[in-house]
Design a protein around this ligand. Structure first.
Ligand SMILES: [Zn+2]
Length: 85
């Protein structure tokens, strides 16, 4: 698989940018619609399954201490990034 060097997804998460697609369901989020994340997802404990920018299914790896998710377009996010906030 070709890997991207994009940091777009990580940047969007770190800046708290509003997701375009729901990270758990992949549904497009309408403007003005409230985003409901499960409590564990909000706490960064649950790995996102879909890229919040493009809605693509991400490659997710679960580790004992967290997770890593990868969108072929927008790059990689790691739960450890979120801990650093
Ligand atoms: Zn993406």
């Amino acid at each position: 698989m070709k890997r991207t060097d994009s940091q777009e997804l990580a940047a969007a998460l770190l800046t708290g940018e509003r997701p375009v697609f729901h990270p758990n369901t992949g549904q497009e989020i309408a403007k003005g619609e409230t985003i409901h994340l499960s409590p564990s997802a909000r706490a960064g404990l649950e790995a996102p399954r879909y890229c919040q920018i493009c809605g693509r299914r991400m490659i997710v790896q679960i580790r004992p201490d967290g997770w890593q998710a990868y969108c072929s377009r927008h790059g990689e996010v790691d739960s450890s990034y979120l801990d650093q906030r």
